[in-house]
Design a protein around this ligand. Structure first.
Ligand code: KIV
Ligand code: ZN
Length: 520
Protein backbone atom coordinates (compact mmCIF):
# COMPACT_ATOMS: atom_id res chain seq x y z
CA UNK A 1 0.00 0.00 0.00
CA UNK A 2 1.43 3.45 -0.84
CA UNK A 3 1.30 6.40 1.49
CA UNK A 4 -1.03 8.27 -0.87
CA UNK A 5 -3.61 5.53 -1.13
CA UNK A 6 -3.53 4.64 2.57
CA UNK A 7 -6.06 7.21 3.62
CA UNK A 8 -7.59 10.49 2.79
CA UNK A 9 -7.34 11.60 6.43
CA UNK A 10 -4.86 14.41 7.02
CA UNK A 11 -3.56 14.75 10.56
CA UNK A 12 -3.49 18.23 12.02
CA UNK A 13 -0.40 18.87 14.14
CA UNK A 14 -0.71 22.17 15.95
CA UNK A 15 2.47 23.91 17.05
CA UNK A 16 1.01 27.20 18.33
CA UNK A 17 2.45 26.45 21.76
CA UNK A 18 5.93 25.66 20.43
CA UNK A 19 6.80 27.27 17.08
CA UNK A 20 4.05 29.87 17.56
CA UNK A 21 5.21 30.78 21.01
CA UNK A 22 8.76 31.00 19.68
CA UNK A 23 7.88 34.17 17.76
CA UNK A 24 9.50 37.06 19.61
CA UNK A 25 7.06 38.57 22.07
CA UNK A 26 4.37 35.90 21.78
CA UNK A 27 5.23 34.36 25.14
CA UNK A 28 2.22 32.87 26.91
CA UNK A 29 1.82 32.31 30.61
CA UNK A 30 1.42 28.83 32.09
CA UNK A 31 -2.37 29.09 32.62
CA UNK A 32 -2.77 30.54 29.12
CA UNK A 33 -0.88 27.61 27.59
CA UNK A 34 -3.10 25.15 29.45
CA UNK A 35 -6.19 26.96 28.29
CA UNK A 36 -5.10 27.04 24.64
CA UNK A 37 -4.12 23.35 24.78
CA UNK A 38 -7.56 22.51 26.21
CA UNK A 39 -9.25 24.39 23.37
CA UNK A 40 -7.07 22.68 20.74
CA UNK A 41 -7.84 19.28 22.23
CA UNK A 42 -11.52 20.11 22.21
CA UNK A 43 -11.39 21.30 18.61
CA UNK A 44 -10.08 17.94 17.41
CA UNK A 45 -6.40 18.68 16.77
CA UNK A 46 -4.69 15.29 16.32
CA UNK A 47 -1.30 16.25 17.75
CA UNK A 48 -0.48 19.21 19.99
CA UNK A 49 3.18 20.21 20.11
CA UNK A 50 3.08 21.59 23.63
CA UNK A 51 6.60 23.00 23.91
CA UNK A 52 10.33 22.43 24.03
CA UNK A 53 10.89 20.85 27.47
CA UNK A 54 14.67 21.39 27.62
CA UNK A 55 14.30 25.10 26.87
CA UNK A 56 13.31 26.09 30.43
CA UNK A 57 11.67 24.74 33.56
CA UNK A 58 8.56 26.72 32.58
CA UNK A 59 8.41 24.95 29.21
CA UNK A 60 8.93 21.59 30.86
CA UNK A 61 6.11 22.17 33.36
CA UNK A 62 3.75 23.43 30.68
CA UNK A 63 4.33 20.35 28.50
CA UNK A 64 3.93 18.02 31.50
CA UNK A 65 0.66 19.67 32.62
CA UNK A 66 -0.74 19.69 29.11
CA UNK A 67 0.19 16.00 28.82
CA UNK A 68 -1.70 15.31 32.05
CA UNK A 69 -4.82 17.24 31.12
CA UNK A 70 -5.21 16.21 27.48
CA UNK A 71 -8.15 14.00 26.59
CA UNK A 72 -7.95 13.22 22.91
CA UNK A 73 -4.88 14.72 21.29
CA UNK A 74 -1.44 13.16 21.09
CA UNK A 75 0.90 15.37 23.15
CA UNK A 76 4.25 16.02 21.61
CA UNK A 77 7.40 17.75 22.88
CA UNK A 78 10.37 18.94 20.84
CA UNK A 79 13.98 17.93 21.46
CA UNK A 80 17.28 18.48 19.70
CA UNK A 81 19.41 15.55 18.54
CA UNK A 82 20.80 15.06 22.00
CA UNK A 83 20.19 12.19 24.39
CA UNK A 84 19.72 14.47 27.42
CA UNK A 85 17.22 16.64 25.51
CA UNK A 86 15.28 13.56 24.49
CA UNK A 87 15.19 12.25 28.08
CA UNK A 88 13.89 15.59 29.33
CA UNK A 89 11.26 15.64 26.59
CA UNK A 90 10.13 12.13 27.49
CA UNK A 91 9.90 13.09 31.17
CA UNK A 92 7.39 15.77 30.20
CA UNK A 93 5.29 14.00 27.56
CA UNK A 94 5.15 10.57 29.21
CA UNK A 95 2.25 11.81 31.38
CA UNK A 96 0.02 11.88 28.32
CA UNK A 97 -2.18 8.98 27.35
CA UNK A 98 -0.68 9.38 23.88
CA UNK A 99 2.86 10.80 24.09
CA UNK A 100 5.10 11.64 21.16
CA UNK A 101 8.78 12.61 21.11
CA UNK A 102 9.76 14.93 18.29
CA UNK A 103 13.48 15.14 17.63
CA UNK A 104 15.16 17.20 14.93
CA UNK A 105 18.48 18.18 13.40
CA UNK A 106 19.39 20.63 10.65
CA UNK A 107 20.40 18.59 7.60
CA UNK A 108 21.18 21.31 5.02
CA UNK A 109 24.81 22.34 4.35
CA UNK A 110 24.35 25.57 6.32
CA UNK A 111 22.92 23.74 9.31
CA UNK A 112 25.48 20.94 9.19
CA UNK A 113 28.19 23.56 9.47
CA UNK A 114 26.94 24.81 12.85
CA UNK A 115 27.80 21.69 14.89
CA UNK A 116 30.57 21.10 12.35
CA UNK A 117 29.50 17.55 11.58
CA UNK A 118 30.36 15.61 8.45
CA UNK A 119 27.54 13.94 6.58
CA UNK A 120 28.53 10.58 8.04
CA UNK A 121 28.79 11.91 11.58
CA UNK A 122 25.34 13.46 11.32
CA UNK A 123 23.92 10.24 9.88
CA UNK A 124 25.27 8.36 12.92
CA UNK A 125 23.82 10.94 15.30
CA UNK A 126 20.39 10.63 13.67
CA UNK A 127 20.52 6.86 14.07
CA UNK A 128 21.59 7.13 17.71
CA UNK A 129 19.06 9.78 18.76
CA UNK A 130 16.04 8.33 16.98
CA UNK A 131 16.86 4.87 18.36
CA UNK A 132 17.11 6.36 21.85
CA UNK A 133 13.78 8.18 21.46
CA UNK A 134 12.11 5.04 20.14
CA UNK A 135 13.38 3.02 23.10
CA UNK A 136 11.53 5.45 25.35
CA UNK A 137 8.37 6.06 23.34
CA UNK A 138 6.40 4.17 20.69
CA UNK A 139 5.52 7.36 18.87
CA UNK A 140 8.54 9.22 17.48
CA UNK A 141 8.70 12.00 14.95
CA UNK A 142 11.92 13.02 13.26
CA UNK A 143 12.45 16.32 11.46
CA UNK A 144 15.12 17.24 8.94
CA UNK A 145 15.34 20.93 9.73
CA UNK A 146 15.85 23.03 6.57
CA UNK A 147 14.91 19.94 4.54
CA UNK A 148 13.94 22.01 1.52
CA UNK A 149 17.54 23.29 1.22
CA UNK A 150 19.12 19.89 1.84
CA UNK A 151 20.77 17.96 -1.03
CA UNK A 152 18.21 15.46 -2.36
CA UNK A 153 20.47 12.40 -1.93
CA UNK A 154 21.42 13.33 1.60
CA UNK A 155 17.78 14.02 2.53
CA UNK A 156 16.82 10.56 1.25
CA UNK A 157 19.70 9.00 3.17
CA UNK A 158 18.83 10.68 6.49
CA UNK A 159 15.12 9.95 6.14
CA UNK A 160 15.93 6.29 5.52
CA UNK A 161 18.11 6.19 8.64
CA UNK A 162 15.39 7.79 10.78
CA UNK A 163 12.80 5.31 9.50
CA UNK A 164 15.09 2.36 10.14
CA UNK A 165 15.80 3.66 13.66
CA UNK A 166 12.07 3.62 14.37
CA UNK A 167 10.58 7.03 13.56
CA UNK A 168 6.88 6.75 12.72
CA UNK A 169 6.49 10.28 11.37
CA UNK A 170 8.96 12.06 9.11
CA UNK A 171 8.63 15.81 9.02
CA UNK A 172 9.98 17.83 6.10
CA UNK A 173 10.27 21.44 7.29
CA UNK A 174 10.60 24.41 5.02
CA UNK A 175 12.32 26.16 7.88
CA UNK A 176 12.99 29.48 6.19
CA UNK A 177 9.90 29.62 3.99
CA UNK A 178 11.98 29.19 0.84
CA UNK A 179 10.17 26.55 -1.15
CA UNK A 180 7.35 26.92 -3.67
CA UNK A 181 4.30 24.66 -4.12
CA UNK A 182 5.62 22.55 -7.00
CA UNK A 183 8.93 21.97 -5.25
CA UNK A 184 7.19 21.19 -1.95
CA UNK A 185 5.21 18.46 -3.71
CA UNK A 186 8.24 17.16 -5.62
CA UNK A 187 10.24 16.64 -2.41
CA UNK A 188 7.50 14.54 -0.80
CA UNK A 189 6.98 12.57 -4.02
CA UNK A 190 10.72 11.94 -4.30
CA UNK A 191 10.96 10.67 -0.72
CA UNK A 192 7.97 8.37 -1.20
CA UNK A 193 9.49 6.97 -4.37
CA UNK A 194 13.11 6.66 -3.33
CA UNK A 195 13.27 5.89 0.38
CA UNK A 196 12.85 2.25 1.42
CA UNK A 197 10.17 1.99 4.11
CA UNK A 198 8.60 5.34 3.19
CA UNK A 199 5.21 3.71 2.77
CA UNK A 200 5.28 2.61 6.42
CA UNK A 201 5.47 6.11 7.91
CA UNK A 202 3.48 9.32 7.82
CA UNK A 203 5.11 12.19 5.98
CA UNK A 204 4.54 15.58 7.48
CA UNK A 205 4.86 19.09 6.07
CA UNK A 206 5.97 22.07 8.17
CA UNK A 207 6.06 25.36 6.30
CA UNK A 208 7.04 28.88 7.22
CA UNK A 209 5.44 31.83 5.52
CA UNK A 210 8.37 34.07 4.61
CA UNK A 211 7.20 34.33 1.00
CA UNK A 212 3.50 34.02 1.79
CA UNK A 213 3.35 30.46 0.40
CA UNK A 214 3.04 28.37 3.57
CA UNK A 215 -0.57 27.34 3.00
CA UNK A 216 -0.04 26.59 -0.69
CA UNK A 217 3.17 24.64 0.08
CA UNK A 218 1.47 22.56 2.77
CA UNK A 219 -1.47 21.68 0.54
CA UNK A 220 0.86 20.81 -2.34
CA UNK A 221 2.77 18.47 -0.02
CA UNK A 222 -0.50 16.79 0.96
CA UNK A 223 -1.40 16.36 -2.68
CA UNK A 224 1.91 14.56 -3.16
CA UNK A 225 1.29 12.19 -0.25
CA UNK A 226 2.06 13.97 3.02
CA UNK A 227 -0.58 13.10 5.61
CA UNK A 228 0.25 15.48 8.42
CA UNK A 229 0.24 19.27 8.32
CA UNK A 230 2.05 21.25 10.99
CA UNK A 231 0.43 24.59 11.59
CA UNK A 232 -0.51 27.25 14.12
CA UNK A 233 -3.60 29.23 14.98
CA UNK A 234 -3.60 32.59 13.13
CA UNK A 235 -0.35 31.49 11.46
CA UNK A 236 1.57 32.58 14.56
CA UNK A 237 5.26 31.73 14.42
CA UNK A 238 8.80 32.95 13.95
CA UNK A 239 9.34 35.78 11.44
CA UNK A 240 6.39 35.67 9.00
CA UNK A 241 4.88 32.75 10.89
CA UNK A 242 3.85 29.17 10.18
CA UNK A 243 1.10 27.69 8.04
CA UNK A 244 -2.23 28.87 9.47
CA UNK A 245 -4.36 26.00 10.76
CA UNK A 246 -7.60 27.73 9.83
CA UNK A 247 -6.46 28.21 6.24
CA UNK A 248 -5.43 24.64 5.44
CA UNK A 249 -8.40 23.14 7.26
CA UNK A 250 -10.95 25.39 5.55
CA UNK A 251 -9.24 25.02 2.16
CA UNK A 252 -9.56 21.23 2.33
CA UNK A 253 -13.16 21.58 3.44
CA UNK A 254 -14.31 24.22 0.95
CA UNK A 255 -12.39 22.71 -2.00
CA UNK A 256 -12.98 19.09 -1.07
CA UNK A 257 -13.81 18.48 -4.73
CA UNK A 258 -10.15 18.93 -5.69
CA UNK A 259 -8.57 18.22 -2.28
CA UNK A 260 -10.49 15.18 -1.08
CA UNK A 261 -8.99 15.00 2.41
CA UNK A 262 -10.64 14.91 5.79
CA UNK A 263 -9.49 16.36 9.07
CA UNK A 264 -10.89 15.78 12.55
CA UNK A 265 -11.28 19.53 13.20
CA UNK A 266 -14.55 20.97 14.46
CA UNK A 267 -14.32 24.11 12.35
CA UNK A 268 -16.98 25.93 14.38
CA UNK A 269 -14.40 26.30 17.14
CA UNK A 270 -11.90 28.13 14.93
CA UNK A 271 -13.03 31.70 15.60
CA UNK A 272 -12.99 31.38 19.37
CA UNK A 273 -9.50 29.87 19.33
CA UNK A 274 -8.27 32.54 16.97
CA UNK A 275 -9.51 35.27 19.30
CA UNK A 276 -8.02 33.63 22.38
CA UNK A 277 -4.63 33.13 20.73
CA UNK A 278 -4.66 36.76 19.52
CA UNK A 279 -5.47 37.97 23.02
CA UNK A 280 -3.00 35.90 24.99
CA UNK A 281 -0.14 36.34 22.52
CA UNK A 282 -0.77 40.05 21.99
CA UNK A 283 -0.52 39.40 18.21
CA UNK A 284 -3.71 40.82 16.78
CA UNK A 285 -5.06 39.29 13.58
CA UNK A 286 -4.82 41.54 10.55
CA UNK A 287 -8.27 42.67 9.37
CA UNK A 288 -7.95 41.05 5.93
CA UNK A 289 -6.47 37.75 7.17
CA UNK A 290 -8.05 34.75 5.42
CA UNK A 291 -10.76 32.94 7.38
CA UNK A 292 -10.35 34.69 10.76
CA UNK A 293 -9.77 38.36 9.89
CA UNK A 294 -12.39 40.89 10.95
CA UNK A 295 -13.17 41.60 7.28
CA UNK A 296 -13.10 37.99 6.06
CA UNK A 297 -16.90 37.88 5.96
CA UNK A 298 -17.65 41.61 5.66
CA UNK A 299 -19.18 42.86 2.44
CA UNK A 300 -18.67 46.58 2.10
CA UNK A 301 -19.43 47.48 -1.50
CA UNK A 302 -22.97 48.03 -2.73
CA UNK A 303 -22.68 45.38 -5.46
CA UNK A 304 -21.46 42.77 -2.99
CA UNK A 305 -24.13 43.61 -0.43
CA UNK A 306 -26.87 43.43 -3.04
CA UNK A 307 -25.58 40.07 -4.28
CA UNK A 308 -25.31 38.74 -0.74
CA UNK A 309 -28.90 39.67 0.05
CA UNK A 310 -30.16 37.86 -3.05
CA UNK A 311 -27.97 34.79 -2.69
CA UNK A 312 -25.17 34.51 -0.11
CA UNK A 313 -23.20 32.18 -2.40
CA UNK A 314 -22.67 35.02 -4.89
CA UNK A 315 -19.71 36.28 -2.92
CA UNK A 316 -19.31 33.83 -0.06
CA UNK A 317 -17.51 30.50 -0.45
CA UNK A 318 -18.01 29.47 3.18
CA UNK A 319 -20.50 30.43 5.81
CA UNK A 320 -19.45 32.53 8.81
CA UNK A 321 -21.12 29.88 11.01
CA UNK A 322 -18.75 27.24 9.56
CA UNK A 323 -15.88 28.87 11.44
CA UNK A 324 -17.94 29.73 14.49
CA UNK A 325 -18.67 33.31 13.63
CA UNK A 326 -22.20 34.00 14.82
CA UNK A 327 -23.91 36.95 13.19
CA UNK A 328 -22.95 39.98 15.26
CA UNK A 329 -25.94 40.79 17.37
CA UNK A 330 -26.94 43.22 20.03
CA UNK A 331 -26.93 40.84 22.95
CA UNK A 332 -28.72 42.39 25.83
CA UNK A 333 -29.25 45.56 27.71
CA UNK A 334 -29.10 46.41 31.36
CA UNK A 335 -32.37 44.60 32.11
CA UNK A 336 -31.11 41.23 30.95
CA UNK A 337 -30.79 38.56 33.61
CA UNK A 338 -28.13 36.08 34.62
CA UNK A 339 -29.79 33.14 32.84
CA UNK A 340 -29.80 35.05 29.55
CA UNK A 341 -26.12 35.88 30.04
CA UNK A 342 -25.28 32.24 30.76
CA UNK A 343 -27.13 31.09 27.66
CA UNK A 344 -25.49 33.74 25.44
CA UNK A 345 -22.02 32.86 26.74
CA UNK A 346 -22.72 29.22 26.14
CA UNK A 347 -23.61 30.05 22.50
CA UNK A 348 -20.24 31.79 22.28
CA UNK A 349 -18.46 28.69 23.55
CA UNK A 350 -18.02 29.60 27.22
CA UNK A 351 -19.43 27.39 29.98
CA UNK A 352 -18.70 29.31 33.15
CA UNK A 353 -18.79 27.99 36.69
CA UNK A 354 -21.34 29.70 38.97
CA UNK A 355 -18.76 31.92 40.69
CA UNK A 356 -17.23 32.99 37.38
CA UNK A 357 -20.67 33.77 35.98
CA UNK A 358 -21.46 35.84 39.08
CA UNK A 359 -18.33 37.98 38.55
CA UNK A 360 -18.89 38.38 34.82
CA UNK A 361 -22.52 39.31 35.49
CA UNK A 362 -21.48 42.12 37.84
CA UNK A 363 -19.13 43.49 35.20
CA UNK A 364 -21.75 43.04 32.49
CA UNK A 365 -24.18 45.18 34.52
CA UNK A 366 -21.51 47.86 35.03
CA UNK A 367 -20.82 47.84 31.30
CA UNK A 368 -24.52 47.99 30.45
CA UNK A 369 -24.80 51.14 32.56
CA UNK A 370 -22.09 52.81 30.50
CA UNK A 371 -22.75 51.36 27.07
CA UNK A 372 -26.15 51.32 25.40
CA UNK A 373 -25.66 48.36 23.08
CA UNK A 374 -23.72 45.29 24.09
CA UNK A 375 -22.47 43.00 21.35
CA UNK A 376 -21.08 39.47 21.34
CA UNK A 377 -17.59 40.95 21.07
CA UNK A 378 -18.18 42.99 24.24
CA UNK A 379 -19.07 39.85 26.14
CA UNK A 380 -16.04 38.01 24.81
CA UNK A 381 -13.81 40.88 25.95
CA UNK A 382 -15.45 40.79 29.38
CA UNK A 383 -14.93 37.06 29.82
CA UNK A 384 -11.37 37.30 28.62
CA UNK A 385 -10.66 40.23 30.95
CA UNK A 386 -12.20 38.39 33.88
CA UNK A 387 -9.72 35.58 33.24
CA UNK A 388 -6.73 37.95 33.28
CA UNK A 389 -7.55 39.96 36.44
CA UNK A 390 -7.16 37.34 39.14
CA UNK A 391 -8.34 37.88 42.73
CA UNK A 392 -4.93 36.83 44.05
CA UNK A 393 -3.01 39.36 41.92
CA UNK A 394 -0.16 40.97 43.84
CA UNK A 395 -0.92 44.40 42.35
CA UNK A 396 -4.38 45.77 41.53
CA UNK A 397 -5.59 49.05 40.10
CA UNK A 398 -7.84 50.61 42.72
CA UNK A 399 -8.44 54.10 41.48
CA UNK A 400 -7.32 56.26 38.57
CA UNK A 401 -8.06 59.88 37.68
CA UNK A 402 -6.33 61.51 34.73
CA UNK A 403 -6.10 65.04 33.41
CA UNK A 404 -5.67 65.29 29.64
CA UNK A 405 -6.35 67.72 26.84
CA UNK A 406 -4.64 70.50 24.91
CA UNK A 407 -3.55 72.42 27.98
CA UNK A 408 -0.85 70.37 29.67
CA UNK A 409 0.57 69.09 31.78
CA UNK A 410 -1.31 65.82 31.56
CA UNK A 411 -1.31 63.91 34.81
CA UNK A 412 -2.44 60.70 36.46
CA UNK A 413 -3.52 60.26 40.06
CA UNK A 414 -3.27 56.54 40.69
CA UNK A 415 -3.94 54.26 43.64
CA UNK A 416 -2.62 50.71 43.43
CA UNK A 417 -3.26 47.98 45.96
CA UNK A 418 0.10 46.26 46.34
CA UNK A 419 0.14 43.10 48.44
CA UNK A 420 -3.08 44.21 50.18
CA UNK A 421 -1.99 47.80 50.97
CA UNK A 422 -3.07 50.94 49.13
CA UNK A 423 -0.43 53.28 47.70
CA UNK A 424 -1.18 56.52 45.89
CA UNK A 425 0.83 58.87 43.67
CA UNK A 426 0.29 61.73 41.24
CA UNK A 427 2.57 62.04 38.19
CA UNK A 428 2.84 64.05 34.99
CA UNK A 429 3.55 62.59 31.60
CA UNK A 430 3.41 63.06 27.87
CA UNK A 431 -0.31 62.29 27.63
CA UNK A 432 -2.55 60.40 30.08
CA UNK A 433 -1.25 56.91 29.26
CA UNK A 434 2.38 57.93 29.70
CA UNK A 435 1.50 59.66 32.99
CA UNK A 436 -0.32 56.51 34.15
CA UNK A 437 2.55 54.19 33.28
CA UNK A 438 4.97 56.52 35.09
CA UNK A 439 2.70 56.40 38.13
CA UNK A 440 2.73 52.58 38.08
CA UNK A 441 6.53 52.66 37.90
CA UNK A 442 6.75 55.10 40.83
CA UNK A 443 4.53 52.95 43.00
CA UNK A 444 6.14 49.70 41.96
CA UNK A 445 9.69 50.40 40.70
CA UNK A 446 10.91 47.91 38.09
CA UNK A 447 13.36 47.67 35.21
CA UNK A 448 11.07 45.99 32.70
CA UNK A 449 11.07 47.60 29.26
CA UNK A 450 7.87 48.39 27.39
CA UNK A 451 8.08 46.67 23.98
CA UNK A 452 4.52 47.06 22.79
CA UNK A 453 1.47 49.11 23.66
CA UNK A 454 -1.54 48.32 21.50
CA UNK A 455 -5.16 49.50 21.65
CA UNK A 456 -8.04 47.88 19.79
CA UNK A 457 -11.66 48.93 19.70
CA UNK A 458 -13.80 45.84 20.34
CA UNK A 459 -16.82 47.19 18.43
CA UNK A 460 -17.72 50.31 16.50
CA UNK A 461 -18.87 53.53 18.16
CA UNK A 462 -17.29 56.00 20.52
CA UNK A 463 -18.55 54.09 23.55
CA UNK A 464 -16.78 50.90 22.37
CA UNK A 465 -14.66 48.95 24.81
CA UNK A 466 -10.95 49.12 24.19
CA UNK A 467 -8.77 46.05 24.60
CA UNK A 468 -5.23 46.98 25.45
CA UNK A 469 -2.14 44.76 25.17
CA UNK A 470 1.10 45.65 26.89
CA UNK A 471 4.28 43.65 26.27
CA UNK A 472 7.08 43.96 28.83
CA UNK A 473 10.56 42.49 28.82
CA UNK A 474 12.83 41.96 31.80
CA UNK A 475 16.13 40.08 31.51
CA UNK A 476 14.96 38.25 28.41
CA UNK A 477 11.61 37.28 29.91
CA UNK A 478 8.67 38.56 27.90
CA UNK A 479 5.10 38.86 29.17
CA UNK A 480 1.92 40.22 27.66
CA UNK A 481 -0.72 41.90 29.81
CA UNK A 482 -4.24 42.61 28.62
CA UNK A 483 -7.35 44.37 29.76
CA UNK A 484 -10.61 45.74 28.37
CA UNK A 485 -12.64 48.75 29.41
CA UNK A 486 -14.73 51.49 27.83
CA UNK A 487 -12.14 53.87 29.26
CA UNK A 488 -8.95 53.41 27.26
CA UNK A 489 -6.69 54.81 29.97
CA UNK A 490 -8.17 52.54 32.64
CA UNK A 491 -7.74 49.55 30.29
CA UNK A 492 -4.13 50.66 29.73
CA UNK A 493 -3.39 50.88 33.46
CA UNK A 494 -4.92 47.45 34.07
CA UNK A 495 -3.08 45.88 31.13
CA UNK A 496 0.23 47.27 32.37
CA UNK A 497 -0.43 46.01 35.89
CA UNK A 498 -1.51 42.64 34.47
CA UNK A 499 1.83 42.39 32.67
CA UNK A 500 3.72 43.18 35.88
CA UNK A 501 1.77 40.54 37.80
CA UNK A 502 2.74 38.00 35.14
CA UNK A 503 6.35 39.10 35.37
CA UNK A 504 6.29 38.53 39.12
CA UNK A 505 5.05 34.99 38.54
CA UNK A 506 7.85 34.43 36.01
CA UNK A 507 10.42 35.85 38.44
CA UNK A 508 9.25 33.44 41.13
CA UNK A 509 9.39 30.49 38.76
CA UNK A 510 12.91 31.21 37.62
CA UNK A 511 14.34 32.08 41.03
CA UNK A 512 16.97 29.51 42.04
CA UNK A 513 15.28 26.69 43.94
CA UNK A 514 16.69 24.61 46.76
CA UNK A 515 18.08 21.37 45.32
CA UNK A 516 15.27 19.32 46.86
CA UNK A 517 12.63 21.16 44.81
CA UNK A 518 14.29 20.66 41.43
CA UNK A 519 12.76 18.32 38.84
CA UNK A 520 14.40 14.96 39.05
O1 KIV B 1 10.98 25.17 11.15
C1 KIV B 1 11.55 24.15 11.59
O2 KIV B 1 12.44 23.57 10.96
C2 KIV B 1 11.14 23.67 12.90
C3 KIV B 1 11.69 22.35 13.30
C4 KIV B 1 12.24 22.39 14.68
C5 KIV B 1 10.65 21.29 13.14
O3 KIV B 1 10.35 24.29 13.57
ZN1 ZN C 1 9.28 25.78 12.33
Amino acid sequence: MTNTSKQDRVLIFDTTLRDGEQSPGATMSHPEKLEIAGLLDDMGVDIIEAGFPIASDGDFEAVREIARQSNNSVICGLSRADLGDIDRCWDAVRHSRQPRIHTFIGTSPLHRAIPNLTMDEMADLIHETVTHARNLCDNVQWSAMDATRTEADYLCRTVEIAIKAGANTINIPDTVGYTAPRESADIIRMLLERVPGADEVVFSTHCHNDLGMATANSLAAVDAGARQIECTINGLGERAGNTALEEVVMAMRVRNDIMPYQTGIDTTKIMNLSRRVATVSGFQVQFNKAVVGKNAFAHESGIHQDGMLKNAQTFEIMLPEDVGLAETSIVMGKHSGRAALRSKLSDLGYELADNQLRDVFVRFKELADRKKEIYDEDLLALVSDEGTQAAHDFIKVKNLQVVCGTEGPQSADLTLTIDGKDHQVKTHGDGPVDATFRAVKKLFPHEAKLHLYQVHAVTEGTDAQATVSVRLEENGKIVVGQSADTDTVVASAKAYVNAINKLLVRREKTAPQPATQRQS
